[in-house]
Design a protein around this ligand. Sequence first.
Ligand code: MRU
Length: 356
Amino acid sequence: MKIDGITTRSIWLEADGHSIGIFDQRALPWSIERLILSEMEQAADAIATMATRGAPLIGAVAAYGLAMALRQDSSDQALEAAHKHLAATRPTAVNLRWALDRVAAHVRPLPQHRRPAAAYAEAARICDEDEAMNRAIGAAGLPLIREIAARKPGQPVNILMHCNPGWLATVDWGTATAPIYLAHDEGLPVHVWVDETRPRNQGALTAFELAEHGVPHSYVTDNAGGLLMQQGLVDMVILGTDRVTANGDVCNKIGTYLKALAAHAHDVPFYVALPDSTYDPATPDGASVPIEERNGKEVSTVTGPDTEGVMRQITVTRSPVRNPAFDITPAALVTGYVTPRGVLRGAEELASLIKE
Ligand code: MRU
């Protein structure tokens, strides 16, 4: 997709052949800064500090992180230690462990001298596949938007979105944004309600992306969705996910569950977009997903540039804080799963998402 008018992925291999480039998402949307990661420790740090974020993207960065570690030391012990270290950076998105397991399984049987190159090649394949899957999610979700557009000619299709399931959270295209980009590109009148997604304001990243692509949108508080649905101003909800469990429960950014409840109450279809790598058949249900608890300072403060562009942090409370970063939406509240294999309904159909 485009950033600052330049077409790019959110992750790329640098000319030296072993470092990767990413956008520092802590600086977005105020400034576009690139980070070069050359060592496993830098990749791990980028994931843990959310310089890079989004379920599929942290998987891709971790995959390259493992390749970087093997470049230094390709022994069995080094492989297992790097896998463990990178897997511990964030607990909730299954894509992280999936990508690490995949690279490790690919290189383990190889002689040590062949492991680094093989790991880099596998990480590149993970990136290529992620882009292809997101395009396929776009193609699967587009008819849902077309259908609504056909029912209300001349009026915008209003779509509510939470967090950033966009290209900045993936390798390219995004998951839930892919159908919207395609709909907009074919001239359908779409308008997106973008939840701000406190405390990390991932909605600001979604808004930034949509603006770059010229998609009409409005930035709203996390609590606005209920009223908008009550007023008939939401035609569908579509959002991404960090893990879908065997029974179809959806783990996604905190606040998703409340949107699902409101959508259910108002008969608004609630779609969840995911690539194969986000499906976790090994975890039976949402209650078994480890929910990341982040630093309370993210809630008790607000950070952003002042009118002069200088970054400021303002304290909003000195009370004790809890900061769970994800929640669970029960499968019963999900209208459909928009996947590279089409729109799937229910846990049985989801089982067709066989992961490598
Ligand atoms: O910003 P994060 O890494 O905490 O959030 C993860 C996500 O990007 C989302 O929950 C997203 O909706 C997953 S879909 C790409």
